[in-house]
Design a protein around this ligand. Structure first.
Ligand code: HEC
Length: 108
């Protein structure tokens, strides 16, 4: 019960960063794998067909990657890159991209 309460509190405090996601590890994976198309921070994709990931909601990123992996969201390119990712990698990538400055938001 106590553990459950602590877990619930941690989730509530998570804010924008995905609960448990390690942004530094997300960056490392992005540099190796995702940067070629999305850019390391996901803000300036290298081609218009690659979506901006910077500043995207972390739970949206987790859902998109999980759905590519399961095939629920069908895209042969992203399926190939999502397949080798573990659940933890997905959470780390989501933590990294969600905190980057982004053209998806008005810059004040
Ligand atoms: C070869 C180029 C390429 C690489 C490498 C690549 N992506 Fe993608 N990514 C795409 C394309 C193209 C789409 C759009 C696919 C679609 O229409 O569903 C996409 C879509 C996405 C989306 C959904 C975005 C949205 O707005 O719905 C996420 C999240 C994503 N990629 C994350 C990643 C991550 C994380 C990596 C590295 C592990 C990665 N991608 C590597 C090309 C790439």
């Amino acid at each position: 019960m106590r553990t459950l309460l602590i877990a619930a509190a941690a989730l509530a405090l998570g804010g924008n960063a995905y609960a448990g996601g390690n942004a530094a590890n997300g960056k490392a994976i992005s540099e190796k794998v995702c940067a070629a198309c999305h850019g390391v921070d996901g803000a300036k994709p290298l081609a218009p067909e690659n979506p901006v990931l910077a500043g995207q909601y972390s739970d949206y990123i987790v859902k998109a990657l999980s759905d590519y992996k399961s095939g629920k969201r069908a895209n042969p390119v992203m399926k190939a890159f999502a397949d080798p990712l573990k659940k933890k990698d997905i959470e780390d990538l989501a933590a990294w991209f969600s905190i980057q400055k982004s053209s998806l938001h008005f810059q004040r």
